[in-house]
Structures are given as C-alpha cells and as structure tokens.
Design a protein around this ligand. Structure first.
Ligand code: MSP
Length: 646
C-alpha cells in the first residue's frame, strides 16, 4: 500500500443467507479485517464493508422450506452473521444487506445506465440454470447433459424472456485490463485461469429472470414488472451501492476498492462480470481481486449434510479468537486449500505463540525485573547489537508488500524471524553471565534490543491479533498506533525507553478440546405418535416403525479397494444430496470396483455414521446373501439418485 493512495476500501463477499456462518465465511472476513486494521494503523482512510446477499431463487426456496417469508428468513440469518462478526470484534464500517432500500435503488440506477449505454438488450434465454450456484450454463458447459459443472447438482432447463448484458463487448477490454495490471487478480495462477477463460470467448449474460419474484425489480422507467434482476448483478453492485452509488454518492470517493476478498469459487463473477459491469458504468476498476482457497475437513469438502462443517464460534471459544485468527492466516498459503486440523491449530498456539512469542516476553519481564526494576532503555543497543538490528529490520521491511500481495502466511513467517533473532541473542549472549562478568552495559543493551524487537513485532502482528498485541504493548509501556509504527517500522528506529510490567502469560498451553460441529440439517419433522416407541413382542413392526429407516436409491459414482482389507470397498454414492456419501461396504468378495461404478443400489440413508478401518462410512448398501453368494438390492430400472424407497 503506497503512500500515494490515501484511501483503502476493503470488502468481503456478501454472504448468502441460506446458510449459517461457518469457518469459510470466517476466513474471508478475518483476512479482510486484518487488512482493514493494518490500513487504519498505517494512517490510511479505511472503509471496510461486509454484509449479506439475500435475493434469489435459492433463498426463496430455503425460506419456503421453513415456512417463512423470504424477508423474515433473510432477517433471521443476516442477523446471525452480524452477531457473529460483532462477537468476533470484526471492525467493519458498514454492514450492507441487498434488501436495503438504498441498495435496491442503486442497482436500478445501474440498470438504467447500462441500458442507456446500449449494453442491455431484451431477448429469450434458453439454457440450463443451477439454482444452487445461481448460474446459467450453456449446453457445452453442462456435465452429462444436466449436471452443473461447478457443484454437480442437477440444473433445470430454463426458457424465458430475459434482458441480456453485452458481456461479449467487453472481452478485449477485460483482457487488456488483465494484461496491464499485473496484480489485478491474486494469486497470479488464478489470474492466468481467468484470462484463458475470457480468451476462449464470452457470451452475453442473462441478467433478469421471470420465473421467481424474490429480487430487485427493474426500474420503473423500463416498465417490465415481471422481471427481477439476476442475483449476481444485484449482489456485485453492493460494492458501490454501499458507498451511495445511485443514491447519495456520499462515500464514492472510497472507490475504487483497494481489494475485494473472495473465495476461489466466486472468482469468475468478480474477475469477469464485475469489471465488465463497472466498465459499462464508466467506473474505475478495483485494484485487486484476491481469491483464497477452501477449508476442508479431513480432506473433504465441508457440507451440512455430512455434518462435518466447522463452527468458527466453537473453535474461537475453545482455543481463543485471536489464536484462531493467527492459525487461519499462518497455516495455509493464500489461494491454496487448507485442511482444518485441531492438531495443527494446537501446535501453532503452543509453539509459535506460546514458545516463540509469549516466552520471549516472559524472559524480558524476568530479566528486566531482576536487573533494572523493569526500566529498559535503548542506550548502546546499536553499539553491541547492530547485526541483530539489521537482520530484524530487513525482515520487517519485507512485510508490507507481502500483506498486500495477500501472502499472509509468508508475512507471518517473516514476522517470526525477528523473534528468532531475539531468542537466539539471549541464548548466545547469556545476559546472566554478562551480569556476572560485570558487563552490565551489554546486558542492559540486550534487554533494550529484546524490548524493541518485541515492540516491532507487536506492531506488525497487531492487525492479526489486536487484543493480544495491545497486552504486549501495555506490558512494554508503549502504544500501538501510527506514531509507534512510523518510528519503529517505517524509520527502522528504536523507542528511547520502556517501562516493563508483569502480565500473566499471554498464550497458555492448550490441549485438544472437543468441538461441536455445525448441526446437520434436521430430518423432516415426524408426526408425534412416531416418537412413542412401540415395543414389538411378536417380531411384527408397525408401518411407522418401518418408516423410521430411510431407504433411498443411490448411484455409485466411485469405487475402490481398501488396501489391506479382504472384504471392504470404499464407495462414493450419490444420494441426490449436495455431496456424495462415502460408504465402506463389505462386498469385495463378490464385486469388483469396475463392476460397481455407474450402477445403483438401495441405501440405508439415516444410519448413524460409523468408522471402519479409520474411514467414515455414511450409510449402508442393502444386499441379500445365501449359499450362492451376495447380491446388492437394486431398482429394476434406473431411478433418480436419492429417490425414496417405500
Ligand atoms: N453471495 C455470494 C457472494 C456474493 S459477493 C458479491 C456467495 N456467498 S457464500 O455465502 O456462498 O460464500 C461466501 C464466501 O465464503 C465465498 O468467498 C466462499 O468462497 C467462502 N466460502 C464458503 N465455504 C468455504 C470454505 N469451506 N472454505 C473457505 N471459504 C469458503 O458466494
């Protein structure tokens, strides 16, 4: 972030309200918060935006499924996101909701402007629509004639009147933008993917829908009330309507955004549609669009149906919010996927935070208390420890570019070098021996070196761990802010004096905690009388008891042998849910993996997941076995995956 740019507008995606907040949402928000705190600390006029994306068919359906109006439902979930960010001390300046009146107005103004510009025309849309991704696909993009290429769910064929945005007009201009702006999309590998996609040709984009209602209406001037805006046009516009675009324009001087933080799954919308919309509106383009990877659990995508979704509040409550922030940013290279592991989190807390940072502060508190009643100054630090200071300042100088290149894991890695210099200096120079040998000046100067290193590290760690670093600065007797940043980091200077006070250990050792996961979706409510358990004495069960077992048709989409097992095969079975289930089946003696892929079988779908040879099995295939062998029970003719068996 250069001096020339005095404003920093930082955004997160606006979160869909069909889901409660999970670790992935927390990740994006925490990165954005870190950048915002940093920008404020270095004196930039910062505006940090987050909020919720509340329109579209997906939300309408989720609300209806719960017997609520879309607005009621959106209010409920939107407030959950807001409450979590407040609890997490996220320093957002505005929380936008796409159901806000000003936002809707701003989107309509944009539509009018694009229309005037000649970038919108009316036509008929025919193609495939994935409700889950709120995305249109062409025949060539679709998988197996009907499946969404992004999420694998079934798409529906849509043929309806629609307004189109002339995206094809912007192909060359987009390519020019990518080429001229080296870092417009981060990381670079992602930029190359986007460029290749655009070079392959862009089709015009359908930007209105008539088949549902829950969306921003077209402007009155267009007089076409059956259309609502396509959710991605509506949603992307939030980045400028939050600044007053189309209404007050009050904060438009923050535009263009310094960085839009997003996940890799929504890069295409941000890196292709959004700049094209902005060009059409004659607005400048954002400086960076930065796409991070996904958090997985035991190598698998998190999903509610699997019940393996990490609840960020649970983690923060169990291990400390700021420890969790540090872990998320340090553990995974930006852009790559990361597997959430409690072991890795615990190691980071006990080792990086506890040993390297917390112990260093304790050592300084101990030494300064013993040798100089807590008063430490920087006299003679340069005389005795210039080499150490040079090494420290060299590392610190690398940090800012790393932060705004989104290399947050490298930022933190580099920030730990000064701590290592400090810890090594104590081991090497042994202040207790210096004192014994009468070399007090050197021993005091060593304390000065350590205090300054800790202060410098605390400043640069502040955006990641604001409260913990404030405790460090209080223990050292200085304040983190623009003045100390300028003196210690920018000017590579030293603070004249520190008054050190004892504080309780900042990063006590942690042990593994039991984490509750985000609750899997509730099964459909069963009639009351089913809950009364009827005990069968005759071996006869009631129909209600039979229906407690949920039987479904599953399509086996992958099968492989389990190494070292004579009986087991590992299957991926599609039950028509968001993600296929993993089922470990003892059928290897009778079926080979090649025979199974593409076939169907009847599956017990509500069996409690169990572990077999340390692998999770999320269901059971029905089979019959007699002296002639075992046969899976299958439908006579193919049935849609997930069809109920009754
Ligand atoms: N509403 C759209 C964004 C519109 S922005 C104009 C949307 N919402 S979302 O709630 O589905 O996702 C929001 C963000 O969360 C995305 O950036 C997505 O990548 C991120 N994550 C959702 N699950 C994730 C993980 N498991 N791991 C990391 N981030 C992931 O898309």
């Amino acid at each position: 972030m250069g001096d020339s740019c005095k404003k920093a507008y930082i955004t997160t995606p606006i979160y869909y309200v069909n889901d409660v907040p999970h670790i992935g949402h927390a990740y994006t928000t925490i990165i954005a918060d870190t950048l915002a705190i940093y920008s404020r600390m270095v004196g930039l006029d910062t505006f940090f935006l987050t909020g919720t994306d509340e329109h579209g068919q997906k939300i309408e359906q989720a609300a209806l499924a719960r017997g609520k109006s879309p607005q009621e439902y959106a209010d409920e979930i939107s407030s959950k996101f807001k409450a979590l960010w407040d609890e997490f001390d996220i320093t957002y300046d505005k929380y936008i909701r796409t159901t806000d009146k000003e936002h809707k107005k701003g989107v309509q103004v944009a539509f009018e402007k694009m229309l005037e510009k000649g970038d919108i025309y009316k036509g008929t849309y025919k193609g495939h629509y994935c409700i889950s991704c709120e995305t249109f696909f062409t025949d060539t993009q679709i998988v197996d004639g009907e499946l969404c290429p992004d999420c694998g769910k079934e798409t529906s064929i849509v043929e309806e009147e629609s307004y189109f945005f002339k995206l094809s007009n912007y192909q060359d201009k987009l390519i020019e933008w990518y080429k001229k702006n080296e870092k417009c999309i981060l990381p670079k590998t992602k930029k190359n993917e986007v460029m290749r996609f655009v070079e392959g040709g862009l089709e015009d984009l359908s930007i209105t829908r008539t088949s549902f209602d829950w969306g921003v209406k077209l402007p009155d001037s267009v007089n076409d009330p059956k259309h609502v805006m396509y959710v991605w046009l509506d949603a992307l516009m939030n980045y400028v309507t939050a600044l007053g675009y189309g209404t007050t324009n009050e904060k438009m001087d923050y535009w263009p955004a310094r960085v839009h933080l997003i996940g890799k799954d929504i890069l295409r919308f941000h890196a292709i549609f959004w700049p094209a919309f902005l060009m059409s509106l004659d607005l400048p383009l954002p400086k960076h669009i930065a796409a991070h990877g996904w958090w997985t659990r035991n190598g698998e995508k998190m999903s509610k149906s699997k019940g393996n979704v990490i609840n960020p509040k649970e983690v923060a409550d169990a291990y400390g919010l700021e420890n969790f922030r540090y872990f998320m940013l340090r553990e995974v290279p930006f852009g790559g996927d990361g597997d959430f592991s409690q072991k890795a989190l615990i190691d980071r807390i006990n080792s990086d935070l506890g040993n390297d940072l917390g112990n260093l502060l304790n050592r300084l508190i101990g030494m300064s208390g013993k040798y100089s009643e807590g008063v430490v100054n920087s006299d003679n630090v340069e005389k005795y420890y210039q080499a150490e200071l040079d090494e420290v300042n060299e590392s610190l100088a690398k940090l800012e570019p790393l932060l705004f290149d989104m290399q947050l894991h490298r930022y933190l890695e580099e920030l730990w070098r000064p701590l290592s210099v400090a810890n090594k200096a104590i081991d090497k120079y042994q202040p207790w021996n210096l004192m014994k040998e009468g070399k007090e000046e050197e021993a005091f100067a060593l304390n000065g070196l350590i205090a300054n290193i800790l202060a410098k590290v605390a400043i640069m760690l502040h955006p990641v761990m604001p409260k913990s670093t404030n405790k460090i600065s209080q223990a050292l007797g200085f304040e983190i802010g623009l003045d100390s940043y300028t003196k210690l980091i920018r000017e590579k200077g030293l603070l004249a004096e520190f008054t050190i006070t004892k504080v309780p250990p900042l990063f006590p050792r942690v042990e593994e905690q039991l984490l509750k996961e985000v609750e899997p979706p509730k099964q459909e409510a069963k009639p009351k009388k089913e809950e009364k358990k009827e005990v069968s004495t005759s071996g006869v069960i009631t129909i209600d008891q039979f229906f407690q077992t949920e039987l479904k048709i599953g399509t086996i989409i992958e099968a492989e042998e389990v190494p070292k097992s004579k009986k087991l095969l590992k299957l991926k079975v599609d039950l028509g849910e968001e993600n296929p289930r993993q089922i470990i089946a003892g059928i290897k003696e009778w079926y080979s993996p090649e025979d199974l892929v593409g076939t169907q079988a009847c599956v017990v779908a509500n069996l409690k997941p169990a572990k077999l040879m340390s692998m999770l099995s999320e269901g059971m295939l029905l089979a019959a076995k007699d002296e002639n062998g075992l046969s899976l029970l299958r439908p006579e003719t193919p049935k849609t995956a997930g069809t109920k068996v009754s």
